[in-house]
Design a protein around this ligand. Sequence first.
Ligand code: NDP
Length: 400
Amino acid sequence: MAKVVIIGAGGVGTVVAHKCAQHPEVFTEIVIASRTRSKCDAIVEAIGKPNISSDVVDADSVPQLVELFNRHKPELVINVALPYQDLTIMDACLICGVNYLDTANYEPKDVAHFEYSWQWAYKQRFEEAGLTAILGCGFDPGVSGVFTAYAAKHYFSDMQYLDIVDCNGGDHGKAFATNFNPEINIREITQNGRYYQDGKWVTTGPLEIHKTLTYPNIGERESYLLYHEELESLVKNYPSIKRARFWMTFGQEYLTHLRVIQNIGMARIDEVDYNGQKIVPLQFLKAVLPNPQDLGENYHGETSIGCRIEGLDKEGKHLTYYIWNNCSHEAAYKETGMQAVSYTTGVPAMVGAMMFLTGKWVKPGVNNVEEFDPDPFLAELAKDGLPWNEEFNLNLEVNE
Ligand code: NDP
């Protein structure tokens, strides 16, 4: 049916490539391109199918991206490189007439600042070019927005309180490691927390607010309020929401390491002089931390990510609702060689690409996932390794 180019050959790129290759009827040709060609070659070899090949690109360079796209003429690019490359890839898409999908919003390298404004500014240009851009199509952002859209479509007339809850109940056996790119991950969680309440954003100290939440099949875990990018688009697209928050679990051991890393300056993202060379401490730290892609082999346990929602149902009666997915690290590793955090990001990226290529999610412009029909996406997601569950009228815990 169509050719896709995947950019990025990390944990998430590996899963996207495996999952696309499982659907040759949709993804007739797949090219995986990254900065380091050997990583792409290793993925191509592991998949071992004739319709997948590798290439190389520095996605910070628009001319290199334009050459890549002109060489392969893809219908869609799946961007699973780093958030720093979102805008250059979108620029090249406009030049070459390629549709676009990513899993994380643009961040400038020199300041950890998360907002959609940079990418939303491309809306008119994508509309005029007749191209579809799908933003934030991993799990969170991604499935978290589709879950919310599903709840709004089928159950709520007035969605008032939204809490996205993200638990990693797994254990990789290392003293400290991050589950996806350490630089991106540590930038995100060391920021101030932020949530939306009655039309305003409320700022908190980093990880200042926390409470114990119970996760299905995992149990109680301490959960910390963070700012997460999908909150920005969800409160815009669902104006009835009075309060929107995001929670993520962390263990005490992880938090202690994180505090030390910050206190000794290793989380800094500005350049420092080292032996006459400029280095960014957080980038150096990434080089010595365990590679998230190597965690899979000894990872046990599950992730559990979902939305807890309260409001009025279609008849105007009070309703509480929880929709979630649990994903086993072992099962993810068995299928793709990657742990569940990469798996839960890569599978939705493939499903979003499939929705576009099969004509179900086509909308020229720049769109967040909740702006599309959630039904075909969630049906496919369940078939592709991420089945989901829902429960009604329960104690959501988040309001206690
Ligand atoms: P990794 O660090 O494992 O992989 C990133 C890949 O991008 C590497 O192959 C790297 O290449 C490549 N890359 C980096 N810079 C460039 C560049 N300038 N040009 C070409 N390729 C480049 O990250 P992950 O796989 O863990 O994460 C990928 C993305 O997924 C990130 O944007 C992350 O924020 C997002 N994510 C989203 C989640 C969600 O639920 N929405 C959850 C988890 C992650 P090389 O190795 O050669 O340097």
